[in-house]
Design a protein around this ligand. Sequence first.
Ligand code: UDP
Ligand code: GLC
Length: 379
Amino acid sequence: MKKILFVDHAAVLSGAELVLLDLAIAHAQDSQVLLFEEGPLRQRLQATGVKVVVQQASEQVLGVRAGTGVGAVKAIPALMAMARQILEMGRGFEVIHANSQKAFLAAAIARFWGGPPVIWHLHDILTARHFSRTNRRIAVFLGNAFASRVLVNSQATGAAFVAAGGRESLVKLVYNGVPLHRFEGLEGQAAAIRAELGVGNAPLVGVFSRLSYWKGQHVLLEAMRQVPEVQAIVVGEALFGETEYAERLRAIANQPELAGRVHWLGFRNDIPALMSACDLVLHTSTEPEPFGRVIIEGQLAGRPVIATAAGGAIELIEDGVTGRLVPPEDAAALAQVMGELLKQPDLAQKIANQGKMSAQTHFSLEGMLKAFDQALILD
Ligand code: UDP
Ligand code: GLC
């Protein structure tokens, strides 16, 4: 196995960091992880025996949001410091795996200074909606000049990189995969969770994404007005400073039509069991989702999934076969499809079964690790 230095600027548990966790565990024997902040990812890595080093980066770089334009210039000295740390620690590793955009920018500079080859694992769709022009230009320029490969989590992510000027020959598709065993033996847990929530026999739906406007939890709340019998669990918290949005959601949920119907569960580590307690698993992103782990997780939990028809989600769901797709930010369409599936349990079960088979076939951890190892062979 290759000696890999995995680098990520973040240590929160969002989808990209959960991918890193699985990759680093599989490569723990010969590899290490470098993080630029303290956080739960460090504990999770260490608990499984992965060697981790944390070099706290300054807020000047950690605080820069993807949409920031030329203002990000202030972050350059801090980025250089990160690059020096990667260069230093990178000695003795065959390859640097940069799992976040900030980690990649620093790793590219380290490569320029003579560091090991860099693999950029791109988890984001590089479009104007998410990234400022300056940000995209710099990332794509450095990608073309210094990345030996750009791993993308979906065809949609790859296409956006190329559309932004990225070299197509660098791109390798590595779909996310999750450990299938986490989704086995859930049968007994659903009833206990429902009892704990006190939802009785009410139809229960769930969203499992971090709280952020583009994850679209507000679309679910809006749709619930049109399906009055439904209750919902909202699982996840604001991971990247979106506390204002989280407060807005709570205010909406306190309105009379919704009061008592929305259960706020915060960040949880028992996603498979929570999903199994739901009649429907929903994905409500208002923007193209780069991949959408929650979609394949809902399928693996054996629940019918309704997702937004954009980005990577289209690669995970065939509408009407392995799940249902609705247009982004269309609460009326979401309400209608929720109603349809809740009224037709046989159809919902059929879609759920087909979705589960599809996810087991295409999105297992083994599949991801195999694709990852192949993508690391640099010729
Ligand atoms: N997740 C979790 N606990 C929560 C909410 C979400 O562990 O309370 C996990 C979820 O199971 C999924 C990941 O966070 O594996 C989110 O990944 P996804 O690709 O759906 O979205 P991202 O946050 O990466 O954009
Ligand atoms: C990012 C994307 C998400 C994807 C995850 C793992 O966080 O937003 O869609 O599933 O990375 O690749």
